[in-house]
Design a protein around this ligand. Structure first.
Ligand code: ADP
Ligand code: TRP
Length: 324
């Protein structure tokens, strides 16, 4: 069997956090060894909310640097900016015309905004169709994402199957890939970690800021002496992501035994996070020192991405009845 095509995207709406890293970046980096991986900075998607041009540009570069610093290898994986292949918006339009409104009315980003009383833009409503276009344009087999994106990959599958029924086998039907233990990383308040909830721990925070954030994790008010339930604690859940199995077993035992306060556990968690990302921090500083490195990687990525996207568009236009 040919090597699978793996594809995922991340929105440059701010700096990536532990949820982005463990839910998507780390699994994506592992996949680069197993197939042809395509990862992109979803700046068209970020444009649903980021309307300051300098921010959109800076965040796009900064997220790309973060991804590279964490181990994305541009020799193995293709790293590109979504907007460097604008054909994706053409495909999004074609798919839009095949998308029943109720399918999008059901999607969570749109529903959340309506529930909050915000008037959603058409971009937010149509967001999953653009995502389907991303996935189908590059003939993707596997889409590594966190659990919150599963619904969008299902929309993509439905649209691909519908188009294939109507126009012949033009699209590869993709599958999501979700690592169960990392499906939903919890934030400082115990809810899902998300930029929109303001409860994130960034990958590359300054030491002082990181310590402050970890110390602010919400806990119950049990006294130091009380035995505590490790399964109910987001400190333990986060520690599992960054510590060795022995360290986790020790923390769980100390929870059950009583006699240790949450402050101590948080200090251990801080150390774990700080050490886990130390090598990446050094690498990021090196990459950021010369902007030409990133420019070259993104230009090469755009070239390799277009080499896949253009033939897809030719095939799709022809099958759907456009052109001579
Ligand atoms: P945010 O929700 O903070 O805006 P994004 O929508 O940019 O994050 O998510 C980028 C990727 O990171 C997606 O694949 C998403 O599923 C994953 N992800 C985001 N938050 C989490 C989380 N708390 N746990 C696991 N994966 C997550
Ligand atoms: N919608 C994804 C998110 O919010 C980002 C994204 C855009 C994406 N296009 C994609 C993820 C295609 C996987 C495949 O996180």
């Amino acid at each position: 069997m040919a090597a699978p095509r793996i594809l995922s995207g991340i929105k440059p709406t701010g700096r990536p956090h532990l949820g982005n890293y463990f839910g998507m970046m780390q699994p994506g980096i592992a996949w680069q060894e197993k197939g042809e991986a395509f990862y992109f900075i979803a700046d068209y998607h970020a444009f649903t909310t980021v309307h300051t041009p300098a921010d959109l540009r800076d965040h796009s570069r900064s997220v790309a640097l973060d991804f590279l610093a964490c181990g994305l290898d541009p020799q193995k994986a293709v790293l590109f900016r979504q907007s460097d292949v604008p054909e994706v918006t053409e495909l999004a339009w074609l798919l839009t015309c095949l998308t029943p409104m109720p399918m999008l009315e059901n999607c969570h980003a749109y529903k959340d905004q309506v529930a909050k009383g915000v008037v959603p833009s058409h971009g937010v409503f149509a967001y999953p169709v653009l995502m389907a276009a991303d996935i189908l344009l590059y003939n993707s087999n596997i889409v590594p994402v966190g659990k919150d994106q599963k619904q969008h990959v299902e929309v993509t599958r439905d649209l691909a199957e519908k188009a294939n029924r109507l126009f012949g086998p033009i699209f590869t039907v993709p599958q999501p890939s979700i690592v169960p233990e990392m499906a939903t990383v919890l934030g400082l308040d115990g809810q899902k970690m998300s930029k929109s909830y303001n409860n994130t721990i960034g990958l590359f925070e300054e030491e002082k800021a990181l310590r402050k954030k970890v110390m602010s994790i919400v806990t119950d008010s049990q006294p130091v002496e009380a035995p505590k339930d490790p399964a109910a604690s987001s400190i333990v859940a986060l520690y599992k992501l960054v510590a060795s199995p022995d360290q986790v077993t020790q923390m769980e035992a100390d929870f059950r035994a009583g006699g240790t306060g949450y402050g101590d556990f948080k200090k251990r968690l801080f150390e774990g996070i700080w050490e886990h990302f130390a090598p990446f921090r050094a690498r990021r500083a090196e990459l950021a020192a010369d902007p030409a490195i990133l420019d070259a990687i993104l230009a090469d990525g755009a070239r390799r991405a277009r080499a896949v996207a253009l033939p897809t568009m030719e095939r799709v236009r022809k099958a759907m009845g456009f052109g001579p």
